[in-house]
Write a protein that binds this ligand. Structure first.
Ligand code: PMP
Length: 435
């Protein structure tokens, strides 16, 4: 019997022992095409020679130095690289070990910013019902997934929720994008007015919703409008790009698609691509300056902030993506993947929606297309698709989410940026069998 306290204490997992480009290999030699990057992590596949060399070099030179004593070359270089490519106004980076820590740090940075500005009452967060922001207590309190929060309530922070931008389910027939966006804007304004703008700290959103709902991009104009509303009321905008950032949607930052910037941007997953555990919060100059000119010290910290080897790995990952122009491949293969999925599933009775951006693609399953009625959650359809796909040698990321009180099964695809058209065909064939 295994002595690992695994996610599931009843399931049996194959033992992963190796990687070959976009494939993972288990102890029996079976190969699995990694069509979800684990959880949108492994964007360079599993055997990138340049990243492996960078990690080996850094471990040999200096694996780790605690951030309360030193800065390091890889941490400085990675921050320079990211800020040079970041949306307008972002000017510094706080490195952590993963996505939940990035969100947790963003929430505390936002809070400290207002405390230092003499507005401690600004502590309320507005999030969206369709969202996942992580599993640490603050991030969990913020996320929209009611069943994840349920058994840990009461949680520590105050969060109100507004509707997601989810065209397939919530845009009314005949309603234009502009009217839909305006309706969601009115809902946010109303929430702000009810709380009193002077009490609201931040609005947090994923530009393309990931884990809870299978790659749901906001309709055009939505992010800009939310940004404008936040600015009008002095509320910080936190974009959670932990899953959709770092090139996943075909631009380095997902918010570039809408030409929008934020006060805080959380990144992780594709940053280190799984070669090391790393995440970060990217911070606006206004927040950085307020804390620098105030107490001068962010009242936070983790042992592995700016881990030298993690930063060296992430820098090598990002350089590979840029030098090999992999974002062009993300856009081309993403379009091809959606096209092939439509060819395969457009007449499938239970495939309600195919959507996404770049290599971040979702399929939503319904009982029938006309009613869009989700399947009974007791069927655990998503879990059955996952296990069928694994049998066929395909890793995909199915989830049964709770969205505005509705249960919906969907499959998220987030393959490595290095795939070619043969991998696209293999994904569609094997997924077709599994569904
Ligand atoms: N935010 C988003 C949008 C995520 O998708 C995730 C992970 N699925 C997290 C935060 C939490 O990241 P981690 O699991 O690395 O803590």
């Amino acid at each position: 019997m295994s002595h690992v306290f695994h996610r599931s204490l009843t399931a049996a997992y194959p033992v992963a022992v190796g990687g070959d480009g976009p494939y993972l290999i288990d102890a029996s030699g079976k190969r699995y095409l990694d069509a979800c990057g684990g959880a949108a992590v492994s964007c360079l596949g599993h055997s990138d020679a340049a990243v492996i060399a960078a990690v080996q070099q850094q471990v040999g030179q200096l694996a780790y130095a605690h951030s309360s004593f030193f800065t390091t070359e890889p941490m400085e270089a990675l921050a320079d690289f990211l800020v040079a490519r970041a949306p307008e106004g972002i000017d510094s980076v706080y490195f952590v070990s993963g996505g939940s820590e990035a969100v947790e740090s963003a929430l505390k940075l936002a809070r400290q910013y207002f405390v230092e500005r003499g507005q401690p009452q600004r502590r309320h967060i507005i999030a969206r019902r369709q969202s996942y922001h992580g599993n640490t207590l603050g991030a969990l309190a913020t996320g929209g997934n009611a069943w994840r929060r349920q058994q840990f309530a009461p949680l520590l922070i105050d969060v109100s929720r507004v509707s997601p931008c989810y065209a397939y389910r919530n845009q009314q027939p005949g309603e234009t994008d502009a009217h839909y966006v305006a309706r969601l804007g009115r809902e946010l304004e109303q929430q702000i007015n009810e709380l009193g703008a002077e009490n609201v700290m931040a609005f947090i959103a994923e530009p393309v919703v990931g884990a809870t709902s299978g790659a749901v991009p906001a309709v055009s104009g939505y992010l800009r409008q939310m940004r404008d509303i936040c600015q009008r009321h002095g509320i910080l905008l936190i974009l959670d790009e932990v899953m959709c950032g770092m090139g996943r949607t075909g631009t380095l930052f997902a918010c570039e698609h809408d030409g929008v910037t934020a006060d805080l941007i959380c990144i992780a997953k594709g940053l280190g691509a799984g070669y090391q555990a790393i995440g970060a919060v990217m911070v606006s100059a206004a927040i950085r300056d307020t804390i620098r000119d105030g107490s001068g010290f962010f009242q936070h910290g983790h042992t592995y902030i700016g881990h030298a080897t993690a930063c060296a790995a992430a820098l090598a990952v990002q350089q590979q993506i840029e030098q090999r122009d992999l974002l062009a491949n993300v856009r081309a293969m993403g379009d091809l993947l959606q096209q092939r999925l439509r060819q395969r599933f457009d007449t499938h009775a239970h495939v309600g929606d195919i959507r996404g951006r770049g290599l971040f693609v979702g399929i939503e399953l319904v009982q029938d297309r006309a009613s869009k009625q989700p399947f009974d959650p007791a069927l655990r359809l998503h879990a059955r698709i996952k296990s069928r796909a694994m049998q066929a040698g395909l890793m995909c990321y199915p989830m049964g989410g709770t969205i505005d009180g509705q249960h919906g099964d969907h499959v998220l695809l987030a393959p490595p940026y290095i795939i070619d058209s043969r991998h696209v065909d293999e994904i569609v064939d094997k997924l077709g069998m599994a569904i």
